[in-house]
Unconditional design. Sequence first.
Length: 227
Amino acid sequence: MNKKYNIVLWAFVCALLSNPLIAQQDEFGNWLMYFGTNKITDDWSIHSEVQYRNHTLAPVNIEQLLLRTGLNYHLKPNAIITLGYGYIASHDFESEQKEPESRESRIFQQLILTNKVGRVKFEHRYRIEQRWVNDDYRNRLRYRLMAFIPLNKPTITKGTLFLGLYDEIFMNTKETFFDRNRLYGALGYQFSKTTQVQVGYLYQRVNAFGKSYLQLGVVFNPDFRKE
């Protein structure tokens, strides 16, 4: 990778780590994430996802463990529909209880559409969730708009440094309409056709409460189709 882009990447990481909120461990958490999309035929693929979310910057005070999988159907190169399942175990901050205070099983349906404007790729994700949180059933709607901006190449290919930006809004179907909003910015690097890493910052607003998270995401998409 070009030396100047190394400098940009490290400057971004250092800016995150120097944020004064990091000194207040209960106000700055982290998310460690893995995402995979694995083609099994030309039209079908499997989605897999693990997220280890922490109340604190150090990964020693778990907030949530999220496991999600799904079956994708590729309608077109720029359109994918998904049916999936997620399991989420949530823990209170500094809880003495080893077991999670909340367990959620979730079924979701999803549509992802992509388009390009110049060198910027936009991704629109529409998701509907049916959620069983302990003994309570809930429905939720989500919309995320994400932009991928390559910095050192015209498109995101091997060796590309890029920016990833998104905003996602969550809406309930009853009671309080607004559930939460997430605003995200990251620097990413495409190591190969199948492997990508993003280091970023997420701010989540839940009603009147807001919190910041340092995020490390790994995307690994090996092709499972037979040659």
